[in-house]
Each structure stands twice: as structure tokens, then as C-alpha cells.
Design a protein around this ligand. Structure first.
Ligand code: GLU
Ligand code: ZN
Length: 346
């Protein structure tokens, strides 16, 4: 363990308040927090609430309560009246960071989009979902939709003006742009090791939606850059997105953070833990009187950070943390595991 404080490492917790946080989210947050803290780094909390209409207003406070209950803290975040002071102490202009809530950061995303337009790296796309499905050559696999077939790629940014009245999204020219050698087609993941992509399998992607709201890919890059994030730890369902984000970093001339993608928690059917698997909410455990240390101990055990399920606080694990200890396969949570969690007591 590095005992000296390394203020230059900045990690982040980035919950989406689209519903309750569950055991799988907790495991990822714990790992992201431990990675930063074990290097003496800072942790930022950012609320990723631009995904309307899926965002639930109650879920913002709930996510913060869940994180606090788990024992995960942050140095800057939406609740923090001292943000400005801290930013100044960290040698940053407070105004350059702004809010830690995405819906309060729209002007930053707009500025980045304008820059991409100026560089002709985005074009207006009028395709509907069914247009894309009909024109896509190969059936798509997994959760990602079909690869965009390039229908509107001939347009330039200025072509958006005559389209007024017709709804359009802004799409990033990924497939052409990725031909340039400075757009990374591989990177070394902190957790998953060397990753490669085939740009034609990703296709051009949306950076601003039809309703004018920025898409996740753009918002996350603008925010991680503005907030000085040096390492992004998240679920491994986002590895493909990392290549899109690396392309955005390259096109905006920004240095990307390091990325680490952790295996997801899945249900017995092999799919990512979700509502269909029943209740796995952190708030249910909390309300049932399960001590957070018991859940953290259980999760730490599944992460190879301790040999038994002993109750621990995240702080107690900082010295033990090492990525090598984390199993590389997804963690399956069964109904029986959930019952075990529910019955845990001090
Ligand atoms: N807000 C996303 C989520 O909760 C995380 C995105 C990211 O870490 O880049 O799944
Ligand atoms: Zn199109």
C-alpha cells in the first residue's frame, strides 16, 4: 500500500438515478473507491441524470444515501457546499468544474458539440431506429443495437440548418475518423488487460439525441475531462464505449484517463443483474437492518480481498486492495445468495 497521499489520482463514482442502486452497483463502486483510495487519491461523485425519461427524481438522494451507508465517501460532489473552496485548493478554477450533476452541465456539452461541428466530426442524422434496423447489413449481437449503416454520413454540419423542423440527432463520424492512427484502436485496461476494437463493429454513434440532450458518450467525456478524472472504474459492459470515448478524447485534443472495467454481477440466467432477477436493492438490505459492513465484507470476499465474509468497512480494505486479487469472471448472485445477504447480522 502506498501510504503517501497521491492527490494526482482522481477516481469517480457516477451513479445513474434511473432506479434503485443494487448489489452489483455496490460492488463496482466499492472497487472504484478502493482503487482511488489505495493510491491516496481523491474521489468525485457525479450524478448522471441526463438519461430522461428513465431518471427517477427520488433516485438521486437514494444513491447518495446508499453510498454513505456503504461507507464510501467523496471529496467533491453535488451535496458539497465547499466544492469551490476545494477546487481552488486543488489548484483548479472552481468555475471550470461547475456542477456535479449532469443536467446542470448542459452548456459544457453544448460547447463540446459545437467544437465537434466546427471540426466536421459530427453530422445531422435523421434516421429513425427502424430506418437503421432496416438498413443495417448484419443482425446485431448483444445489448448494443445494430451498427449504424452510414445513411446520413454524406451530410455536413451546416446541413442541419435546412433540416429545421425535421428531427435529427448528431452522430460522430467514428468510422472514418478511426482510420487516423492517433485514434486508439487498442488500450490496456487496468483490470481486463489489453483490449482491441474493430471500428466497423462500433459504427458512427450519437453524441446528441433528437430531443437535443447530449448522449452519454459525450457527457461522460466532457465531465471526466473537466473534473480532472485520472481513472475510470466501471462495469465491463462499457468496454466498447471506451473506444468511442477514446475517439472523442482524441478529437477534442484531451488526454484520456486510465480505464478499468470490472466483471459485472449477473443473475442465474447469465444476464446483468436487474429488476427481473427480483429485489437486490441496497435500500432493502439497509431497511432490513443488515449492517453495511456485512455487505461490504461479503463483496470484498467475492473480490478476493479477504478469505472470509467477515464484516468490514471500506476503509479497512484500503491496505489489502490489489487488482490481481479480483476474479476475472462475472459474479453470479442467486436467490440463495440474496437470502444469505438479507439474513446477515453483526
Ligand atoms: N452512469 C453509468 C452507470 O451507472 C456509469 C457510466 C460510467 O461509469 O462511465 O451505469
Ligand atoms: Zn442517419
Amino acid at each position: 500500500m502506498e501510504t503517501h497521499s497521491n492527490r494526482s489520482i482522481v477516481g469517480r463514482l457516477a451513479p445513474s438515478p434511473t432506479g434503485a442502486q443494487h448489489v452489483g452497483n455496490a460492488r463496482t463502486y466499492l472497487l472504484a473507491w478502493l482503487s482511488a483510495r489505495s493510491q491516496g487519491g481523491r474521489v468525485i461523485l457525479r450524478i448522471e441524470d441526463i438519461d430522461s425519461p428513465r431518471v427517477k427524481p427520488w433516485a438521486v438522494q437514494q444513491a447518495m444515501d446508499d453510498l454513505r451507508w456503504l461507507g464510501l465517501d467523496w471529496d467533491a460532489g453535488p451535496d458539497d457546499a465547499l466544492n469551490e473552496v476545494r477546487d481552488i485548493c486543488a489548484g483548479r478554477e472552481a468555475a471550470s468544474v461547475g456542477s456535479y450533476v449532469q443536467t446542470e452541465r448542459l452548456s459544457f456539452y453544448r460547447a463540446a458539440l459545437d467544437e465537434l461541428k466546427r471540426r466536421e466530426l459530427v453530422y445531422p442524422c435523421t434516421c429513425t431506429r427502424s430506418d437503421i434496423e432496416a438498413a443495417a447489413s448484419a443482425p446485431h449481437v448483444g445489448q448494443e443495437g445494430p451498427v449504424y449503416p452510414g445513411t446520413c454520413r454524406h451530410r455536413q454540419a451546416a446541413d442541419a440548418v435546412p433540416l429545421a423542423g425535421q428531427p435529427f440527432a448528431w452522430r460522430f463520424r467514428y468510422q472514418e475518423w478511426s482510420l487516423f492512427p492517433f485514434v486508439p484502436k487498442e488500450y490496456v485496461d487496468l483490470v481486463a488487460g489489453k483490449q482491441r476494437c474493430l471500428p466497423e463493429e462500433l459504427g458512427d454513434f450519437v453524441v446528441c439525441k433528437v430531443d437535443g440532450t447530449p448522449a452519454y458518450q459525450l457527457a461522460v467525456v466532457v465531465d471526466d475531462h473537466a473534473m480532472g478524472i485520472t481513472e475510470v472504474i466501471r462495469g465491463d459492459d462499457l468496454i466498447a464505449s471506451t473506444f468511442r470515448q477514446l475517439a472523442l478524447y482524441a478529437s477534442l485534443g484531451w488526454t484520456p484517463p486510465q480505464f478499468g472495467h470490472v466483471p459485472l454481477v449477473i443473475g442465474p440466467d447469465g444476464r446483468r443483474l436487474a429488476k427481473r432477477h427480483g429485489d437486490t436493492r441496497l435500500s432493502t438490505l439497509h431497511e432490513a437492518g443488515v449492517p453495511a459492513e456485512c455487505l461490504v465484507g461479503y463483496l470484498a470476499w467475492t473480490c478476493g480481498l479477504q478469505s472470509h465474509r467477515n464484516a468490514v468497512r471500506p476503509n479497512d480494505l484500503v491496505g489489502q486492495f490489489a487488482w490481481e486479487r479480483l476474479p476475472r469472471s462475472p459474479l453470479t448472485l442467486t436467490e440463495r445468495d440474496w437470502q444469505t445477504l438479507l439474513s446477515m447480522s453483526p
